[in-house]
Design a protein around this ligand. Structure first.
Ligand SMILES: *[C@@H]1O[C@H](CO)[C@@H](O)[C@H](O)[C@H]1NC(C)=O
Ligand SMILES: *[C@@H]1O[C@H](CO)[C@@H](O)[C@H](O)[C@H]1NC(C)=O
Ligand SMILES: *[C@@H]1O[C@H](CO)[C@@H](O)[C@H](O)[C@H]1NC(C)=O
Ligand SMILES: *[C@@H]1O[C@H](CO)[C@@H](O)[C@H](O)[C@H]1NC(C)=O
Ligand SMILES: *[C@@H]1O[C@H](CO)[C@@H](O)[C@H](O)[C@H]1NC(C)=O
Ligand SMILES: *[C@@H]1O[C@H](CO)[C@@H](O)[C@H](O)[C@H]1NC(C)=O
Ligand SMILES: *[C@@H]1O[C@H](CO)[C@@H](O)[C@H](O)[C@H]1NC(C)=O
Ligand SMILES: *[C@@H]1O[C@H](CO)[C@@H](O)[C@H](O)[C@H]1NC(C)=O
Ligand SMILES: *[C@@H]1O[C@H](CO)[C@@H](O)[C@H](O)[C@H]1NC(C)=O
Ligand SMILES: *[C@@H]1O[C@H](CO)[C@@H](O)[C@H](O)[C@H]1NC(C)=O
Length: 282
């Protein structure tokens, strides 16, 4: 079947090339320059003097050049009027002697594309999209998104900061004042502890409380982000499985149908080029 595709495509290439050459371009480059109406003298020059100098004797120079037949005379006047009448170079120069166009138009009689394509056999019955590995990865993704946010928030709520460091610092200062008469060095130390306590309250504890608030809002965002992931993974698994089932059971026929569609579209292009070229010949 692969060989067929190659043969088939080179055939199409050849066909479209020939059809293209016979059509407009030749008309443009061969017919258009010859628009001087009076060419009988020119014909005489061609068929006597030039023929004489090239081949000896007399004969039709164009017949000799185009058809290798010096008896086949081409009338320049007829070619000219044909060209002016809009005929293509193919008919004006009577090239039918050189190229059998009816064989081209009948190419579909010798080329049965559909039955060739029917022989293509693509076996997709063992195709596996949903491999065990892919299934495991999708299942892992699903379980990692199954976070119990209720439980998470409950744990977080238990981390409470219910000590009042401001009142602790004030008690430490009272105590430092009480013992200043007994031991002034201990008193100074307790004033320093009170200052440290204030500092912890203003800096570390404040940062911690801010971080807790940030964490709570991040959890909200995370919950919103993973919301639905589990369902999405389930849908993906089902879609992959459906695709796999379809390709395993109907894949071969689908490939064949699509190949036929493609071939028919190509052939339509060729048909219409052949048609257009032939129309220009009549
Ligand atoms: C050459 O052309 C003449 C006139 O058209 C024709 O009768 C003859 O059969 C041709 N010869 C060949 C070999 O084609
Ligand atoms: C077209 O080709 C087929 C198959 O080769 C043949 O039977 C048929 O006669 C041909 N038709 C023409 C008009 O040449
Ligand atoms: C989430 O955790 C809460 C509290 O621990 C529990 O009551 C609830 O059943 C859990 N939900 C799920 C879906 O496991
Ligand atoms: C800590 O105690 C002081 C008084 O001792 C009070 O003014 C302050 O509001 C308390 N702070 C907190 C967070 O309870
Ligand atoms: C300081 O001394 C006063 C009077 O003796 C007493 O009432 C108070 O409880 C003491 N404060 C501390 C923190 O020891
Ligand atoms: C405690 O802080 C106050 C005010 O910042 C300061 O005047 C005092 O010297 C500090 N005491 C100690 C022992 O660091
Ligand atoms: C998750 O999405 C559903 C539907 O989109 C919505 O009804 C639900 O409130 C969302 N839950 C959370 C926690 O965002
Ligand atoms: C895939 O689909 C087939 C048939 O529809 C079913 O028997 C099979 O259990 C499905 N497998 C999974 C993993 O969903
Ligand atoms: C697959 O092909 C069978 C017959 O071969 C047909 O009945 C079925 O509808 C097709 N399934 C799809 C999804 O096209
Ligand atoms: C070719 O021309 C014939 C007659 O003019 C027409 O019936 C046919 O549809 C044309 N085919 C294409 C592919 O244009």
């Amino acid at each position: 079947a692969v060989g067929f595709v190659f043969i088939f495509s080179s055939f199409l290439m050849l066909l479209t090339t020939i059809v293209f050459i016979l059509g407009t371009p030749m008309h443009r480059f061969v017919c258009e320059p010859i628009t001087d109406p009076d060419l009988t003298d020119f014909q005489t020059i061609l068929d006597t003097y030039i023929y004489q100098s090239m081949y000896g004797g007399t004969g039709s120079l164009l017949g000799k050049l185009l058809l290798q037949n010096s008896s086949h005379s081409f009338s320049l006047k007829k070619i000219l009027s044909d060209c002016e009448g809009g005929k293509s170079a193919y008919s004006a120069f009577e090239l039918s002697s050189m190229i059998d166009i009816s064989a081209l138009t009948n190419y579909s009689g010798t080329l049965d594309v559909n039955s060739q394509l029917d022989n293509i056999n693509v076996d997709l019955s063992t195709l596996e999209i949903l491999t065990p590995d892919l299934t495991a990865q999708l299942t892992d993704l699903k379980s990692s998104s199954d976070i119990n946010f209720t439980e998470f928030r409950e744990q977080l709520a238990q981390v409470s900061v219910d000590m009042n460091l401001t009142s602790l610092a004030s008690e430490l200062r009272d105590f430092a004042a009480n013992i200043s008469s007994v031991s002034s060095s201990d008193s100074t130390n307790f004033y320093a502890h009170a200052n440290t306590t204030d500092s912890i309250n203003d800096n570390e504890l404040a940062d911690f409380i801010k971080a807790m608030a940030t964490l709570e809002s991040k959890i909200d965002a995370l919950e919103a982000a993973v919301n639905g992931t589990s369902d999405t993974v389930d849908n993906t698994l089902v879609a992959f499985n459906d695709t796999q089932t379809y390709l395993q059971n109907n894949g071969s026929q689908t490939v064949k149908d699509e190949a036929k569609n493609y071939a028919n579209r190509l052939l339509k292009v060729v048909d219409s080029m052949v048609n257009d070229t032939l129309d220009a010949h009549t």
